[in-house]
Design a protein around this ligand. Structure first.
Ligand code: ATP
Length: 490
């Protein structure tokens, strides 16, 4: 059996598969789509929901001191002043005058650095990224343009270096509340879920009687007007975040930063991602709120890219909200008899990027069969706890009492498991359809089932088959798909 290695298939294979088998569709496709916006189909919606549930439960059930929150997307506009997003949530953009294509200036430079590194010029690459960081920190946009020119960076489309000046572009979407369009009514679609947590810090601390250290977890939509949106659901304009802010005593940030770094890396591995396809990447240029920041990166078919950020945010957010709202954001710590504004460690994962990671990691093509009968089998290897459909009930034929047995199994299991029932078509084709959506177990009901009250389970990953008593099915499958299998590894 030959297994296609992860670099043999491309992102195109995955996008096509995701569309064809009901995972991800371009938004409003009948109108030719909307750039960087996507809809999740039946199996995609299930997979994403399972992923989000797992994250939520891992945060809340496994950590006694983490509680949940569901804050609104719209927030008071001063929130975004305090958070720094109005003034600094910008990306530097640059246009090529010949191709009329727009780029992120920092991405052009980082791509150049990656090229240098690939050519064995690691020192030059590092110096280039460092210089870019210095120029951006100093808000020297003319300097950034000069750096692009000096390094011979050309537009990949036109092949020229005929660049416009670099300009800052704010990534927040704005809209208006109420019927009168005045400036005072301008509000933003939140670019991150974190601020909903910060403004509710005291509400949660008091009403849930939390003691520092404690965390608040939230899952929700975020919106960014990304300059260059590409690579499918990797960079979207509307996406979902799973964020947890952990409030700590000032001075303890190093300890908790390391703690959450380790926990989050383990979590990704527990989903079934091999350790060698994950890595930490320390930030060269820190965001406006952070004193330390690291990304967890996954090896996508287009290279190692961020799926989650872990940031030490100090008291930046609570401090600024305190200043602007004039409301105290302090916590009285009875253990040390002191009032303080807590420091924060944030873990911030993108649900869509993790979904994409699961697709890329799970997509398998194998050659099966012998001689002339060799064919390619494609399947999605999801952890059973995450798989959109847990089992398919497949009576061999649609007669002779087999559908009745199948229906009875379906009815017994349907309250606990997401199932598919199908009793027509060849069994081989039905197995293939389940492989393509990543169903871990197929349950075939045959003529013998009538006599021995047993069925055959066919396993997705190995294609092995096993005879099992119908009365044992529920406990067997439930054990395999339980999220406890993932929790046990954390
Ligand atoms: P990037 O450098 O890729 O733009 P970022 O550093 O701005 O990401 P954060 O602000 O740290 O990202 O957001 C936390 C997480 O949210 C990211 O790790 C990613 O998983 C997700 N995320 C951010 N922007 C997007 C987007 N445009 N589309 C999908 N997911 C996103």
């Amino acid at each position: 059996m030959k297994v296609k290695s992860e670099i043999d298939f491309t992102i195109k294979d995955i996008i096509a598969h995701a569309k064809e088998y009901g995972f991800v569709y371009p938004s409003s496709e009948i109108y030719d789509g909307l750039q960087a916006v996507y809809d999740y189909g039946p199996y995609g919606a299930e997979l994403k929901k399972n992923l989000k549930d797992l994250w939520w439960q891992a945060m809340i059930k496994l950590n006694e001191n983490v509680v949940g929150l569901d804050a609104a997307i719209f927030m008071h506009p001063l929130t975004w002043k305090a958070s720094g997003h109005v003034d600094s949530f910008n990306d530097p953009m640059i246009d090529n005058k010949d191709s009329k294509k727009r780029y992120r200036a920092d991405v052009l430079i980082e791509d150049k650095a990656a090229e240098l590194e690939a050519d064995g010029k690691a020192d030059e690459a590092q110096a280039l990224v460092k210089e870019m960081g210095r120029l951006l920190d100093a808000e020297d946009l003319a300097g950034v343009k000069q750096l692009i020119i000096d390094n011979g960076i050309k537009c990949p489309i036109s092949g020229t270096a005929n660049w416009t000046d670099v300009r800052q572009f704010n990534l927040m979407f704005s809209t208006e509340v109420g019927s009168v369009s005045e400036d005072a009514n301008k509000i933003y679609l939140r670019p991150e879920t974190a601020q909903g947590i910060f403004v509710n810090f005291l509400n949660v601390q008091k009403t849930a009687r939390m003691k520092v250290p404690f965390g608040i977890a939230q899952i929700g939509k975020a919106f960014r007007n990304e300059i260059v949106a590409r690579q499918f659901i990797f960079r979207m304009r509307e996406f979902e975040q799973m964020e947890m802010q952990f409030f700590i005593r000032p001075g303890e940030e190093k300890k908790w930063y390391e703690h959450w770094k380790a926990i989050r890396m383990k979590w990704h591995q527990a989903l079934g991602i091999p350790a060698e396809n994950l890595r930490f990447h320390d930030h060269d240029k820190l965001a406006h709120y952070a004193d330390a920041a690291v990304d967890i990166e996954f090896k996508f078919p287009f290279g190692f890219k961020e799926v989650e950020g872990i940031h030490s945010r100090t008291d930046f957010d609570l401090g600024n909200h305190q200043e602007l709202s004039k409301k105290k954001m302090q916590y009285f710590d009875p253990e040390i008899n002191k009032n303080y504004v807590p420091f924060v460690i944030e873990t911030s994962a993108g649900a869509d990027r993790l979904f994409f990671m699961l697709l890329c990691n799970g997509y398998k093509e194998e050659e099966v069969g012998e001689g002339e009968k060799v064919k390619t089998r494609t399947y999605l290897k999801f952890h059973p706890a995450l798989a959109p459909v847990k089992a398919a009930i497949l009576p061999l034929v649609k007669k002779d009492g087999l559908p009745e047995i199948g229906r009875k199994i379906f009815d017994d299991l349907k309250y606990d498991l997401n199932l598919i029932y199908e009793d027509s078509g060849s069994i081989g084709k039905r197995y293939t359809r389940q492989d393509l959506i990543g169903t871990p177990f197929c349950i075939a009901v045959d003529y013998e089932s009538k006599d021995d009250d047993s069925v055959t389970i066919r396993y997705r990953d190995t294609m092995e088959q096993e005879r099992v008593k119908i009365s044992d099915l529920k406990s067997k499958i439930e054990k395999e798909v339980s999220i406890k299998n993932i929790f046990d590894q954390l």
